[in-house]
Write a protein that binds this ligand. Structure first.
Ligand SMILES: *Cc1c(COP(=O)(O)O)cnc(C)c1O
Length: 381
């Protein structure tokens, strides 16, 4: 195996790359997983949809992830090929019957649902196996999240109460889950949502077999976001208020939090028009998050040997395709003398990047280079 590069400067110096590069930082993903598992008073299930690269899954497993939140049969197989002992939770509330059955055959026991028909599908596809845990997806406030996720899935409190009762009548020990929205910057949103879930359980007359607080935990793009620990503690306080001696499984499903540190992206400026920078990657490649969560990701000029002294200015980014959607308004603050031929490193882009990249306009999948920053290099920076 080739020696990993120490960072973006070394890659630019050695390769002067014409095409965007994904800088894979497996050590960072492993460390993020370790910190999360250590901080959470329950089980941590990584949300595979956020980044399903085998090297990232492996790094997270090395960091202590044993549980995996999957959204498709394909993700079930992807995880099992990397972690054969994985405990899988199929948390997409609407699934093909054949995929439920196949996942069950592969050992999956937890399945989400948000309506009566899907509960019956789960029962049918798993041949009435009462070891299966149907988990009701409850709709909770998403107004504290940068990227709300309440528009499609989740039932009301009244519906959830009825569905829990029905699941019990059918012989199950059901669970409850919710999602507060992605990049949720309010620990209190976790307390509020957990209390809603607990109130539903009490109303239905059950103690949930699983209380799964979903994902949404913020990545540290600016550095002043609330910590994972504070979000977890807020949810735990909500749980303790209702079930002080909770006997079920308390679980979370971080995606972005664990995957964001796994990669950065190295792009080049192909043209500057005023404060608009035309880059060699964009919305249809690895940068679609920059459109929806604008101006959040850390950016820096990479110009080895010729560091800029120019003050920072706000810039907008444009991608390389012919579509006017391919624009990311930012603002992104970079040295005022940045120009054609300069490279930019965009950090914390391991989440929702590789999984969303297309081949639109013929731009191929980005090359991946492993980066390993030694402690000495980091301290010298
Ligand atoms: C997307 C998703 C997650 C992960 O969300 P993040 O905001 O990336 O942490 C977790 N659970 C479910 C059910 C999801 O759909």
């Amino acid at each position: 195996m080739t020696t990993p590069f120490s960072g973006a400067e070394a890659i630019v110096s050695a390769l002067r790359p014409n095409d965007p590069i994904l800088l894979l930082r497996a050590d960072e993903a492993r460390a993020a997983a370790r910190a999360c598992v250590d901080a959470f008073p329950g089980t941590v299930a990584y949300a595979v949809k956020v980044c399903d690269r085998p090297d990232v899954l492996k790094a997270l497993a090395d960091g202590g992830i044993r549980h995996w939140d999957v959204a498709s049969l394909h993700e079930v197989r992807a995880v099992l090929s990397v972690a054969p002992d994985a405990v899988l939770h199929y948390m997409n509330p609407i699934k093909a019957l054949a995929h439920i059955a196949a996942a069950h055959d592969l050992g999956v026991r937890t399945f989400a649902f948000d309506c009566e028909r899907e509960l019956h599908k789960i029962a049918q596809a798993t041949a009435g196996d009462r070891e299966v845990i149907p988990v009701v997806r409850l709709r909770v406030p998403n107004d504290k999240a940068r990227f709300p996720l309440d528009g499609k899935f989740g039932c009301s409190e009244a519906e959830a109460t009825a569905l829990l009762r029905l699941a019990v009548e059918m012989g199950y020990r059901p669970g409850i889950t919710f999602h507060v929205g992605s990049q949720c910057e309010s620990p209190d949103a976790y307390r509020v949502a957990t209390e809603i879930a607990c109130r539903v359980a009490v109303e239905a007359g059950i103690e949930p077999s699983i209380l799964d607080i979903g994902g949404g935990f913020p990545a540290a793009y600016r550095g002043d976001e609330p910590s994972f620990g504070s979000c977890a503690a807020a949810a735990k306080a909500g749980l303790d208020a209702f079930f002080p001696a909770f006997g079920g499984v308390f679980q979370c499903e971080p995606g972005r939090l664990l995957a964001a540190p796994a990669a950065s992206v190295l792009v080049r400026v192909e043209l500057r028009k005023g404060n608009n920078l035309f880059l060699n990657d964009g919305y249809y490649g690895l940068l679609s998050e920059l459109k929806w969560m604008t101006g959040l990701h850390p950016v820096r000029l990479v110009r080895p040997g010729r560091a800029s002294q120019a003050p920072l200015q706000p810039f907008a980014f444009f991608g390389p395709t012919c579509d006017s959607i391919d624009a990311m308004e930012g603002p992104y603050h970079l040295p005022g003398d940045i120009d054609e031929g300069d490279w930019i490193e965009i950090s914390l882009l391991g989440a929702y990047s590789t999984v969303l990249a297309t081949r639109f306009n013929g731009f191929p999948e980005a090359r991946v280079i492993e980066v390993r920053e030694t402690k000495e290099l980091r301290e010298a920076a």
